[in-house]
Design a protein around this ligand. Sequence first.
Ligand SMILES: C[S@@+](CC[C@H](N)C(=O)[O-])C[C@H]1O[C@@H](n2cnc3c(N)ncnc32)[C@H](O)[C@@H]1O
Length: 246
Amino acid sequence: MNVYITKNTEEITRILTQFGETYKEALGYEVGYLNAHLKMDQLGLPLTDAFFEQIYEAAGLIRPSCSVYKNMYDLIRREFNLKRDVVEIGSGIFPLLGHSLREYQLKIGGGTVTVYDSRVWKGYPTKAKLVNRYFNDKIKLEKSSLLVGLFPCEATEMIIKRALKENLDFCIALCGCSHSNDPSLTTREYHGILIEQLMEQVPPEKFLKVKYFPKTCFGNKHNGYPILLVKDKPKVKIFALPSKTR
Ligand SMILES: C[S@@+](CC[C@H](N)C(=O)[O-])C[C@H]1O[C@@H](n2cnc3c(N)ncnc32)[C@H](O)[C@@H]1O
């Protein structure tokens, strides 16, 4: 994954040094790894590590038009009513998406956000509820819960199955891995099969939309991988015709 940063190297180093102090606990042993990488990669160049993308985003270094977090947030906000129970699965260390969705809910005055990931840092300043463990089939959900995941990787199929079983809306950005049992399938082929299966399984009152990130998120080279949305079909309004006047 490429990260596009506008600031110059010195400024980035300054921000990350401060950021590292504030978020030491979250980064933990990874501070050493971070420093080693900073030297190797000469900040300012496109980097290709999801972990770094999270750090850069949390430090406010990524241009919004290039940010998968910001684009995913905008998409979810546009497509779904968020005055409901939103469950983010697979946030990584910093619950960036869940946090921005919760901030939005606070503005509109409704809903909750719960974030599940065994890696999520509980000290992150947010009003979203952070649950420091993996999401699983036994965790209870509301009838109107919306499940969201930004590259939830190995949790992807579990989220889809659970949503279909309980008739829930969801929005998942697929990651670049194939989670198929068939090793000969490429990631794109795997995604194609997943989408075909989903088209057959979506309940009649819902529909599937497949969206993509803008190219700006991926170095203007491609649109990344599909983002799958399942939501209620719009209700058709039936207007009564005016009765004929005599
Ligand atoms: C590729 S990372 C994506 C992290 C973050 N969403 C991002 O885009 O920066 C996938 C994350 O999914 C988490 N994960 C995998 N299975 C999970 C499960 N069953 N419940 C919650 N999180 C899970 C992993 O711990 C990992 O942090």
